[in-house]
Design a protein around this ligand. Structure first.
Ligand code: GDP
Ligand code: IMO
Ligand code: MG
Length: 428
């Protein structure tokens, strides 16, 4: 970092689980504030250092650094019960969560009927299901956009809260019972439970927008922590197999109330291969022994749901799309060590769509199964690079692989991750 304070966004460049938690934790030493701007507890961000291992869902990955202010932005959807459980779990292992965690009063609240609707719809969709995390994320964003959502500030106003819960139950219960044949919710019980959560969360609730802009004005350095990823973005991802928020860089402006001029640099986090959890297109997917090797060696099982992740080769059109949409300044290339044992590694360099070569992800053609990925084969390095911290110490074949990714995406790989722990990283 230069001595000029610069704000940095860290955004998933693929379909999630790229290692954003590790990268945010690693870099946040140089920052004063770490803020989430979208998503909810569908995220699962892993942070490991020494013999410590944590999973974060709602709380920013800066929480392990005592002097960082962590903010949950207005663009998030927050399940208060999940948040309180996460706070309690972290506190029980000694993590300090006091004045350093604040919640925007304009974030939206997830209620149990959101979760019930999410699960009921997925069940009803059968084979066509999205494969959501089942946390109520989509239905909560729907209620937000419908303008009948309950915001965090509403938790602090008893009359408004009661009225809104009663109104929501009157609308959602008939859908749950009549359309999906599921249990309904008693508004009085929900009201009691949410009053309890409100009481516990009240000291953390504030105008997130004013808070973050005060920090910016005071010259503090801000890190924006993305959840989910570019290809899961509601507008730019592989719709409808996406999440319900804007994970890409624009989400920061709306999801925190921060003007674009305050986002100075954007890093994309990308695995050295590709994974995806849930349904939807995955052109470079490997349904063979190579895919199984990536899953085992990369421990590709969901942080939130435990589901096994789908695995495949690196897709450069996906990374070029992420670079374009987010204006990436650099890539943090993670899990390079997972490729250690391959004798050959393939990389998708482009797509052939009816004779035309596409260098970015041809979303429409992929949705209509009308494309052919083109690959280039690299020689593997077949030696362990786990824990290497110097670029020069990497085997030549690994360097060639990294340089190809840099050349093809136009982004320097400023960070290369060679293991899950904070220490196992090359910073260039
Ligand atoms: P996030 O959602 O983007 O924060 O990523 P997750 O934490 O869900 O998934 C990334 C997984 O890969 C976690 O289990 C990390 O501990 C692990 N991980 C991160 N970087 C590396 C790496 O360079 N090598 C290996 N082997 N594992 C890594
Ligand atoms: P992090 O932040 C990977 C996927 C789900 C599903 C789709 C919609 O850890 O990278 P949702 O519950 O959001 O409505 O599910 O999005 N998904 C993720 N996949 N990593 C995540 O978060 C994800 N959050 C949601 O699997 O396909
Ligand atoms: Mg994750």
């Amino acid at each position: 970092m230069s001595d000029v304070k610069k704000n940095l966004a860290v955004i998933g460049a693929q379909w999630g689980d790229e290692g954003k938690g590790k990268i945010v934790d690693l870099l946040c030493e140089d920052f004063d504030v770490v803020a989430r701007y979208q998503g909810g507890h569908n995220a699962g961000h892993t942070v490991k250092f020494g013999d410590k291992h944590y999973t974060l869902k709602l709380i920013p990955s800066g929480i392990f650094h005592r002097d960082k202010l962590c903010i949950l932005g207005n663009g998030m959807v927050i399940d208060p019960q999940a948040l309180l459980e996460e706070i309690a779990t972290l506190q029980s292992v000694g993590v300090v969560i006091e004045e350093n965690l604040k919640i925007s009063d304009s974030a939206h609240v997830i209620l149990p009927y959101h979760k019930a609707l999410d699960l009921a719809r997925e069940e009803a969709a059968g084979e066509g299901k999205i494969g959501t995390t089942g946390r109520g994320i989509g239905p909560a964003y729907e209620t937000k956009v419908s303008r009948y959502g309950i915001r965090v500030a509403d938790l602090l106003d008893r009359d408004v809260l009661r009225e809104k819960i009663e109104f929501a139950c009157a609308e959602k219960n008939p859908v749950l019972a009549g359309v999906y044949h599921k249990e309904t919710f008693d508004p009085a019980k929900l009201y009691e439970a949410y009053l309890g959560y409100a009481e516990q969360l009240a000291p953390r609730i504030t105008s997130g927008t004013v808070l973050i802009n005060e920090q910016i004005r005071a010259g503090k350095a801000i890190m924006f922590e993305g959840a989910q990823a570019t290809m899961l973005d509601i507008d730019h991802g592989t719709y409808p197999f996406v999440t319900s928020s804007n994970c890409t860089v624009g989400g920061i402006c709306t999801g925190l109330g921060v003007a674009p001029k305050h986002i100075h640099r954007v890093y994309g986090v990308a695995k050295a291969y590709t994974t995806r959890v849930g349904g939807g297109a995955f052109p470079t997917e490997l349904i063979d022994a190579h895919g199984e090797h990536l899953r085992k060696r990369g421990n590709e099982f969901g942080t939130v749901t435990g589901r096994s992740r789908r695995t495949g080769w690196l897709d450069l059109p996906v990374l070029r799309t992420a670079a374009m949409l987010n204006g990436l300044d650099a890539i943090a290339l993670t899990k390079l060590d997972v490729l250690d044992e391959f004798d050959e590694i393939q990389v998708c360099t482009g797509y052939n769509v009816r004779g035309e070569r596409w260098k970015t992800f041809p979303a429409f053609a992929v949705a209509h199964h009308d494309y052919k990925p083109e690959y280039r084969t690299f020689k593997g390095w077949q030696t362990s690079i786990v824990g290497i911290t110097e670029f020069d110490a990497l085997p030549q074949n690994a360097k060639d692989y990294i340089r190809f990714v840099e050349d093809e995406t136009g982004c320097p790989a400023s960070i290369i991750s060679t293991g899950p722990r904070r220490e196992e990283t090359i910073v260039r």
